[in-house]
Design a protein around this ligand. Structure first.
Ligand SMILES: [Zn+2]
Length: 369
């Protein structure tokens, strides 16, 4: 009786669950699991939320109607859950599902209470906005869900095919959204099917304008293809997309990283430097960006600065043979060949089987003559 009168508690944008979910989704970049929160009302006086983690079954991500059917079934009229206060089975007041949406930059919240369903949308800390419960919104959120679930599965050994199936479904749900095609294009590129990759990227290019993450990823992937084939026209297209990404999100480290990588790989060292310096400010990209910056500096004849870069990298990663070799190499190029040979000899003393280091050592010795 009381349950029938009491709606779900007002959605609180400082709610820990909501915040955690958003942070988790951002940190992982994907998330197979969405949060469902049941609200229950017990005869012992306890009423409130009973958090649990609900993994959606396959069918719930088929389309908007399937998700609503799934949620409704979870919250059938006689549904009960264990009361956390007294341990008895208490009737449910309603169900709230949180679905983080990258494209909307916020949480899609689907609520079912008293048999009535509604969609809310929470963008960051702003108060929840009530949006028309249109299929377009649900479809957007589902598409994001499929993309993230696919990325998650793709990281698990042996689940790559499942990931592809989810991305294909996302592409079918929203043919006008670029990200599913980009995910499919990247997978095709990794699998070595360049014709298929180009086809997916062409689809993505038709709808990426104005969409910063799409411009960035499309540009980076086209750049990989262009460098592989030394295709100048493709390279220009890649640079156009990355330029647009920078216009939309100035100073974005991943865009700078992609540009720096293209410039280094195509021998344009001077243009690479500034972009790599920006990318090096972002932890996950920093080491690779610094490494490329060191290579670029060396190519430009700035061996002292290159040596400083590899000195820092070697201190940060004392086990990284690549960084240690480059530190020795740039030390030699800065004029201290004896010191460099000493460093390489020390590496060979601990690991005599290290052929690569031996090659560096031999090259330096040949140079001496
Ligand atoms: Zn109770």
């Amino acid at each position: 009786m009381i349950g029938a009168l009491m709606p779900l508690a007002i959605l609180d944008s400082t709610n820990t669950l909501l915040r955690e979910r958003r942070e988790r989704a951002r940190a992982l970049g994907n998330d197979l699991v969405s949060q469902g929160v049941f609200s229950l009302h017990c005869s012992c006086g306890n009423c409130g939320e009973d958090p649990l983690t609900a993994a959606f079954p396959d069918l719930a991500t088929q389309d908007a109607a399937a998700l609503v059917a799934f949620a409704t079934a979870q919250c059938a009229s006689d549904a009960r859950r264990r009361c956390q206060a007294c341990g008895k089975a208490a009737p449910l007041d309603g169900l709230r599902l949180h679905l983080w949406s990258q494209q909307r930059n916020g949480d899609g919240v689907f609520e079912l209470a008293n048999g009535i369903s509604r969609w809310l949308f929470c963008a960051d800390a702003a108060a929840p906005q009530v949006l028309a419960a249109g299929d377009a919104l649900i479809t957007t959120v589902l598409c994001d869900q499929l993309l993230r679930a696919g990325s998650f599965l793709n990281g698990l050994e042996g689940r790559e095919e499942d990931a592809l199936a989810l991305w294909r479904r996302a592409a079918a749900l929203m043919p006008q959204a670029p990200m599913p095609s980009i995910a499919l294009g990247r997978a095709a590129l990794l699998a070595g099917d360049e014709a298929a990759a180009l086809e997916h990227l062409r689809n993505a290019a038709a709808c990426s304008d104005g969409h910063a993450p799409a411009c960035r990823q499309l540009g980076a992937l086209l750049g990989e293809l262009a460098l592989r084939h030394r295709d100048g026209e493709l390279l220009n297209r890649a640079l156009d997309w990355l330029d647009q990404a920078l216009d939309l999100e100035p100073g974005h480290p991943a865009t700078s990283f992609a540009l720096g990588r293209i410039f280094v790989s195509s021998g344009n060292m001077q243009d690479a430097l500034d972009h790599l310096a920006v990318a090096a400010t972002h932890a996950p990209l920093a080491d690779e960006a610094e490494h490329m910056r060191g290579v670029a500096l060396l190519q430009l004849g700035r061996a002292d600065e290159a040596h400083q870069v590899f000195e820092r990298l070697a201190l940060r990663h004392p086990q990284d043979a690549d960084a240690l070799r480059m530190r020795a190499w740039t030390r030699a190029k800065s004029g201290d060949k004896a010191g460099a040979v000493q460093e390489l000899d020390a590496m060979l003393a601990t690991n005599p089987e290290d052929e690569e280091t031996r090659n560096f050592r031999d090259l330096l010795s040949d140079d001496e003559g």
